[in-house]
Design a protein around this ligand. Structure first.
Ligand SMILES: Cc1cc2nc3c(=O)[nH]c(=O)nc-3n(C[C@H](O)[C@H](O)[C@H](O)COP(=O)(O)OP(=O)(O)OC[C@H]3O[C@@H](n4cnc5c(N)ncnc54)[C@H](O)[C@@H]3O)c2cc1C
Length: 332
């Protein structure tokens, strides 16, 4: 049996951020992920300046594709709102592998199935033992399932469903475009260019309301790609895939004994924009900090909104969630 002080399940942004913080402090940490990195992760790959700051990324030294948007185009029910901004895009297949490697933590490819509490620690599949456990395994995180689901059941009204495809494409428009609430979609569609001829196109919205609306996400997808074919991405060919995750709702318990949950495992994506990388990074760092210093593990610094919490945030939050499962600040 392999032993360590902290075992992290999942090597996405939440897990690798925690690993980075812990390894830098000299902690005996081990990361498990079922996938071999670099691995495909469905995601538009939009990251905020806060992510860059939190992870102390030197943009000039980042070795992969990194594009900065100086303008975002919001399209809301036929209204076109170009907005000056500084936001970035990366390719997740590159970014996640780079973050993991940079963490310096040892990684084992292993699909976690069984978690047992034993003598004040945790035993995983009779193969790994640790004093602390961080569940960062995304929507289907086994740590969430085993230790937290009964305490934090997820609100089905906060489940998103998505379709997306990232393709090699010689785009002409270097700005990001977002189309909100078109054809009754409780969510939005995106065109996110990446540096050096890659493009991410996708659509996402609240699963239950899409189901009730009578128009499937595939029909929304067909309308989106038809529109793009007329203008922004002529002749592009897609084979989209789907994935589901949860927006921030009540998350009452994020620590139980020496076990923590972070990122999508805890359901922390923002309620107004469904942004999950930033909340994953912040919560991963906070869990690591709590282990290192004994400070409470709080989600207060993990934002539940991408648009700053003012009226545009509240409006988009309401349009997405209809006020479902209101967030409660969790600490442990
Ligand atoms: C289509 C789409 C577009 C999105 N676009 C954006 C965006 O542009 N910007 C943004 O901020 N957010 C976006 N999100 C949300 C964002 O991708 C997630 O919130 C983010 O990846 C969460 O990070 P995480 O580390 O918690 O989980 P993940 O990135 O999902 O990582 C979890 C890891 O756990 C591993 N794992 C799972 N189960 C096990 C197991 N049993 N054993 C071992 N390992 C396991 C997985 O292999 C995976 O590597 C998007 C999501 C989707 C689906």
């Amino acid at each position: 049996m392999r032993s360590c002080e902290v075992l992290i399940v999942g090597a996405g942004p939440a897990g690798s951020s925690a690993a980075w913080r812990l390894a830098r402090a000299g902690c005996d940490v081990l990361v498990l992920d079922q996938a071999r990195f670099p691995r495909l992760k469905l995601c538009a790959g939009w990251i905020t300046p806060e992510v860059v700051r939190d992870l102390e990324i030197d943009i000039d030294a980042y070795p992969h594709r990194f594009l900065t948007f100086e303008r975002m185009h919001l399209h809301v029910k036929g209204l076109h709102l170009p907005i000056r901004c500084v936001q970035h895009s990366i390719r997740r297949v590159e970014f996640d592998a780079w973050l993991l490697e940079r963490s310096g933590a040892p990684v084992v490819q292993h699909s976690v199935r069984e978690i047992r509490e034993e003598q004040g620690g945790y035993v995983i599949d009779d193969a790994f033992r640790a004093r602390y456990l961080i569940g960062a395994g995304g929507t289907r995180c086994p740590v969430y399932r085993t230790l937290f689901r009964a305490l934090n059941p997820r609100a089905t009204e906060l489940q998103t469903v998505t379709l997306e495809h990232e393709i090699e494409y010689d785009w002409r428009d270097p700005d990001c475009h977002l189309w909100f609430f078109e054809h009754g979609l409780p969510g939005y569609a995106w065109y996110v260019p990446k540096q050096d001829g890659w493009l991410n196109v996708g659509i996402g919205g609240m699963a239950e309301r899409i189901k009730r609306s009578g128009m499937s996400i595939h029909e929304h997808w067909a309308r989106l790609t038809h529109k793009l074919d007329r203008n922004l991405a002529r002749g592009a060919h897609y084979e989209p895939s789907g994935y589901s995750y949860y927006l921030r709702g009540r998350v009452d318990v994020v620590r139980r004994g020496n076990a923590f949950i972070a990122g999508d495992a805890a359901g922390l994506a923002t309620r107004d924009m469904a942004e999950g990388i930033g909340p994953g990074v912040r919560s991963g760092l906070a869990a690591a900090e709590s282990i290192l210093t004994g400070a409470p593990y709080r989600l207060e610094t993990v934002t539940g909104s991408s648009l700053g919490g003012g009226w545009p945030s509240r409006l988009f939050d309401w349009a997405m969630t209809r006020g479902a499962g209101r967030a409660a600040p969790a600490l442990a």
